[in-house]
Write a protein that binds this ligand. Structure first.
Ligand code: SF4
Ligand code: FE
Length: 482
């Protein structure tokens, strides 16, 4: 496994073509806006080397028996699925941000079982190719960005019926040595912290959309790939040089628009090319795994937000108020309900034909559906407890100003037991999680990440077997015999 230093050095060797604020960025990993998200991914390397975290962070590879980082593992049983969720909660607690490495892990597991079924049914060696790629990932402890979401253009039109055919990523040329692809993937989590990109189709495809049913892996710095960095609320505070106003001193997450301008992919790295009948299963399984993931990562970040709200109450001198205690309990109950959903869909997991374990899809979709709501309520309660100061505070520079700093010290002091700066730091953390850079991963991503709410509702409707429930009712009501 890689050390943190080796991970950072390996990123330095990648020639990403990146644009941020209208400029091309040469040094990605030391850029103050980008670095916090790389620190979050680096935490997955750091904790893997910590003996106290070994059980969650590392596992024996099913491919070669070596100890690997769990983020590169194929789940071999229910215990693996549960440990995955626990690992994500731990990393959420340690970073209070999106640590980005889960998308690749979820993609590995989905691509593994679907390519097995494709190879079994069609005889093309997609699964053997994928396993060779995954061995390379495991041996080099790589961070892989899973790429699913296409820009999608006009939502009323299929991929092949779009006015601009590039609005879904597609194969534009098949050659003896490989394929050429064109298009883009939007909202790409952790794009600039990754060594490789594993691309999957974004929808169940039909025959006319066969060119869009494509899955492959390419190195992140491949020729023809351009990254345009997505900005976040309050992101430029990271360029001010302080540690207070950013709220979260070290960690963050990021997304990019990733453009593929005629990128060549050798056949050895192509895992689907035109087999549209399998794209639906790949989307469904990947989405299911990532909906399970949210029962871990969002819960870990929720733990930090609950802790911050409890500290704010203490620093404000309000910790003894019964309504504050009650609100904290409400936050815990909501947060643990999400965890219960993550554990439940894992505990009901089962083996696919490849031997790789899949979660219970109905419960994973219920998990994510709850995630579209509960973090909003937890954030609302945190803002309630914190008070309006979290959005009206003067800046760190004013706090440290030789003349006026004393006014902030004096008038924003609350409990005698804590300094004004301590109180401000906690307010800024709550601001960061609810309205700042981390609001991307804790709030809006809770809504739209791993699929928007309606996508889960469609899956819940499909998985729930309403006809069986109607029969149960008919028997009980004496309409039918058992
Ligand atoms: Fe992992 Fe959560 Fe970020 Fe997805 S949103 S990559 S599950 S931390
Ligand atoms: Fe996500």
């Amino acid at each position: 496994m890689k050390t943190v230093e080796e991970y950072l050095d390996s990123l330095r060797a990648i020639n990403y073509q990146v644009y941020l604020f209208g400029e091309k960025i040469d040094n990605v990993i030391d850029h103050p806006l980008i670095r916090p998200s790389i620190n979050s991914v680096a935490k997955s390397y750091e904790l893997a080397a910590d003996p106290d975290c070994a059980e969650l962070m590392t596992v024996r590879s099913s491919l070669d028996g070596k100890i690997i980082n769990r983020f590169t593992h194929l789940h071999q049983g229910v215990d693996d699925l549960i440990n995955k969720v626990k690992m994500q909660r731990l990393l959420g607690q340690k970073t209070a941000a999106c640590f980005q490495r889960c998308v690749g892990m979820d993609a590995f597991n989905a691509v593994d079982s679907v390519t097995f079924e494709m190879e079994r049914d069609l005889g093309v060696d997609y699964h053997r190719r994928f396993r060779r790629f995954l061995r390379y990932v495991q041996e080099n402890d790589l961070m892989v960005e899973g790429a699913m979401t296409d820009p999608k253009g006009d939502r009323s039109q299929r991929p092949s019926k779009q006015k601009d055919p590039d609005l879904y990523l597609r194969v534009v040329e098949k050659r003896p040595d490989g394929i050429v692809v064109r298009g883009a993937k939007a909202h790409q989590t952790g794009a600039l912290a990754a060594h490789e990109i594993l691309v999957m189709p974004t929808l169940a495809m039909s025959e006319e959309d066969a060119d869009y049913a494509v899955s492959f892996a390419v190195p992140s710095g491949s020729s023809g790939i351009t990254y345009i960095y997505g900005r976040q609320s309050c992101d430029t505070r990271r360029m001010e040089g302080g540690t207070i106003d950013v709220g979260n001193c070290h960690y963050g997450g990021h997304e990019c628009l990733v453009i593929f301008e005629d990128v060549f992919v050798p056949w050895e790295r192509v895992f689907m090319c035109g087999e549209y009948q399998y794209s639906g299963a790949l989307v469904e399984r990947f989405a299911g795994y990532h909906r399970q993931s949210y029962g871990g990562c969002k819960v870990g970040v929720g733990d930090v937000l609950i802790g911050a709200a409890a500290l704010a109450a203490e620093y404000n001198g309000a910790a003894g108020a019964s309504h504050v205690k009650d609100k904290l309990i409400e936050m815990i109950q909501l947060n643990e309900t999400l965890y219960a959903c993550g554990i439940a869909c894992s505990s009901q997991g089962y083996a696919t034909a490849s031997g790789t374990y899949l979660i219970d899809l109905l419960l994973a979709n219920v998990c994510k559906q709850n995630v579209t709501r509960f973090p909003y309520e937890i954030a609302r309660l945190a803002e309630d407890i914190a008070g309006g100061l979290m959005v009206t505070l003067p800046s760190e520079k004013d706090l440290k100003h030789p003349e006026i700093g004393r006014y902030i010290e004096k008038y924003y002091r609350a409990s005698a037991a804590v300094s004004t700066e301590q109180r401000i730091r906690v307010m800024r953390l709550i601001e960061n999680l609810t309205l700042g850079t981390a609001a991307v991963s804790y709030r809006t991503e809770s809504m739209h990440g791993a699929g928007s709410p309606q996508a889960q509702r469609i899956m819940i409707g499909r998985q729930a077997d309403i006809a069986a429930k109607k029969r149960m009712a008919a028997v009980i009501a004496g309409l039918e015999k058992e």
